[in-house]
Design a binder for this molecule. Sequence first.
Ligand code: G1P
Length: 291
Amino acid sequence: MVQVRKAVVLAAGLGTRMLPATKAIPKEMLPVVDKPLIQYAVEEACGAGLSTIIFVVAEGKQAIADHFGHTTRVEAFAREQRDQGLLDLVQAPSKLAQFAFVLQDAPRGIAHAVACAREYLEGEPFALIFPDDLIVSERPCLAQMIDAYQGSGSMIAVQEVATEDVPQYGIVDPDGGGNPVRLKGIVEKPLPEDAPSRLGVVGRYIIGPSIFEHIDRIVPGKNGELQITDALAGQIGAGEPVTAFTYEGTRFDTGRPVGYLTANIAVALGRPDIAPALRQRLAALEAQRVD
Ligand code: G1P
């Protein structure tokens, strides 16, 4: 069985759907309850047994390196105070895995972002994670995928999406049934009438090493960007096993305000230290009884 050891975490996007919050703060650093989105992504990868995380970042994302590093003021403060509890909390992100950072110097698409990390990835399958897709599940989504991965080709997480939302997603064309199911095609953000199914791509992939040959061959696609969807279509065209996997769990699109707020409420309702008070406040809001 081929081991998946590394994950690419994409953190180079502009975050335009969450402005003005994301003007000076990376969208990946927005908190869900009290933890930044990107930490959930890294924890999911580590929970799936991965040990190396490669962040693809852009200008203005320094806060991400700070979050996974050791140089913040609060860490220095915790050391000075010899406050072990505080120190454990601030050092937890840096202890999760080994980290590398690569720069995407222009927004040229997801395939281009992945190619920026090529030197770390060549010759082995790797995971690809979009931190704005937060997946809450008993077993980490990536762990479920790695269990189901056959060791060759690529695997893409999917969920059924509403017809009107089809143009926001990569849409897969399954060849029959089952889970995982082999694909005969995949298309980036089609119109509903052109879509081969209602199964939309969610930001979790296991990607086979031939992807770089296909990224080299693709041309700018939807929105003028180099799309990972098109490179995956290249793998399918070359006869590689590319499958779609329906995971168990709830996914939140935190890149949009409603999804972001829902994720905060859902995660908080799962937290015994917060849930009772939150339930009370929500009930009061619901009843229009807030002071
Ligand atoms: C990207 C991918 C798309 C996928 C989506 C999942 O789109 O291009 O195929 O369905 O992520 O979140 P974006 O949301 O970056 O526009």
